[in-house]
Design a protein around this ligand. Structure first.
Ligand code: F6P
Length: 323
C-alpha cells in the first residue's frame, strides 16, 4: 500500500513533548513525500472535520513548546458509536491512509473504536500521569516530575525557614508515579500513593513518629485523589501542635517546555510511528523499554500488567520511615 496522506491529533490532557512529536512526524513524513494533516482539538475536531495541512515551515518553531499546537480536548461524545462512525467517514472522505493519536488511555480507547470502523491507527503514549502500563515512559512525565520537583524544592525552603510541615498534592490521576519520583527527588519525608493505599490515621501516626524522631516537621507528598490535603494539613496541625500548610502543585506540572528527555523520547516515538505507517503496519501502540522505542498490538497494550516501581517505593520507605 502506498501511503500518501496521514493525519495526527492530540487528545485528552496535553503533555510536554506532543509538539516535538508533531514537528518530527511532519519533517519525516514530508521527506518521504507523505502529506500530513493536523486535526484540531483531538477527537472533537475529527468529528467536526477540522483539518489543517501541515508542512515543515508551519511546525518549524513548535518543537520546544509546551501545550498542544493542534489543541486538544476531552471529548466525551466520542463514546457514542455514531460519533466514531462519522469521524471515521471524515478520514475516509479526505483519503487519509492512517491516523497518529497522541494521548493517554482514554485516547487509546477512542483509537481502538476507530480501528473497528476500519481506520488505520498508530498510538503514541503522551500523558504526564505515566499511567499507560505497557510502556515504561509516556511523553510529558519527565517534564511534569521536574516541574513538580522545582516547585516542591522552592516551597520547602520557605516552609523550613518557619519550621512548618507541608503537605504537597501532585497530579497523576490514579497513578502514583509523579508522587513517587517527586518525593524521592526532593528528599521529602512521607508519601501517599494509590498503589499502596494508606489511611489518614496512618499518615498522622507516621507524622507524629517523624516529629518525635527528628524533632522536625516533615514534608509529605500526596498523589491526587488520596486525601483532601486542606483537611489533612488542618488535622496534622491540631494533632501534632506543629504548624502545617498544604500546597497543591497543580497545572505547573503540565505547563512549560518539554525536558530534554521528553524531546528525545518524542523524536524516537515520532520516527517509529512514521516508519510503521510507511511499512503498512497499523493498529500498534508505541512504547519505550530499556532506552528503545518498540511497538505492540494496540488492544494488547491496553490489557498490560501494572508496572509501578514498588522497589523504589520500598527504598523510599526504608530511608524515611525508621522508628
Ligand atoms: O491526565 C493529566 C491530568 O493532568 C491529571 O493528572 C489530572 O488528574 C487531570 O489531567 C486534570 O484534568 P483537567 O485538565 O481536565 O483539569
Amino acid at each position: 500500500m502506498e501511503v500518501k496522506n496521514i493525519a495526527v491529533l492530540t487528545s485528552g490532557g496535553d503533555a510536554q513533548g506532543m509538539n516535538t512529536a508533531i514537528n518530527i512526524i511532519v519533517r519525516v513524513a514530508r521527506a518521504r513525500r507523505i502529506w500530513v494533516y493536523g486535526v484540531l482539538e483531538g477527537y472533537k475536531g475529527l468529528f467536526n472535520d477540522q483539518f489543517v495541512q501541515l508542512d515543515e515551515q508551519i511546525v518549524e518553531n513548535i518543537g520546544f513548546m509546551g501545550g498542544s499546537f493542534l489543541k486538544t480536548s476531552r471529548f466525551v461524545d466520542f463514546k457514542n458509536p455514531s460519533v466514531v462512525k462519522k469521524s471515521a467517514e471524515n478520514l475516509k472522505a479526505r483519503n487519509i491512509d492512517a491516523l497518529i493519536v497522541l494521548g493517554g488511555d482514554g485516547s487509546y480507547k477512542g483509537a481502538l473504536d476507530l480501528v473497528k470502523e476500519g481506520v488505520n491507527v498508530i498510538c503514541i503514549p503522551a500523558t504526564i500521569d505515566n499511567d499507560l502500563r505497557y510502556t515504561s515512559r509516556c511523553l510529558g512525565f519527565d517534564t511534569a516530575v521536574n516541574n513538580s520537583c522545582k516547585y516542591i524544592e522552592d516551597v520547602k525552603q520557605t516552609m523550613d525557614a518557619l519550621s512548618r510541615g507541608v503537605v504537597f498534592e501532585v497530579m497523576g490521576r490514579y497513578c502514583g508515579d509523579i508522587a513517587l519520583y517527586s518525593a524521592c527527588s526532593t528528599a521529602c519525608d512521607l508519601i501517599a500513593v494509590p498503589e499502596k493505599p494508606t489511611t489518614e490515621k496512618e499518615i498522622i501516626e507516621k507524622v507524629k513518629l517523624h516529629i518525635k524522631r527528628t524533632n522536625k516537621a516533615p514534608t509529605i507528598v500526596v498523589a491526587e485523589h488520596q486525601f483532601d490535603v486542606v483537611d489533612l494539613s488542618k488535622k496534622l496541625t491540631k494533632e501534632t501542635g506543629v504548624d502545617f500548610k498544604y500546597s497543591i502543585v497543580g497545572y505547573i506540572q503540565r505547563g512549560g517546555a518539554p525536558s530534554v528527555l521528553d524531546k528525545a523520547l518524542a523524536m524516537q516515538f515520532a520516527v517509529k510511528a512514521v516508519n510503521l505507517i510507511e511499512k503498512g503496519i497499523f493498529n500498534r501502540a508505541i512504547g519505550y523499554k530499556d532506552d528503545v522505542a518498540f511497538d505492540m498490538d494496540l488492544s494488547d497494550a491496553l490489557k498490560s500488567e501494572y508496572n509501578f516501581n514498588y522497589d523504589l517505593l520500598q527504598l523510599f520507605y526504608s530511608l524515611n520511615e525508621k522508628n
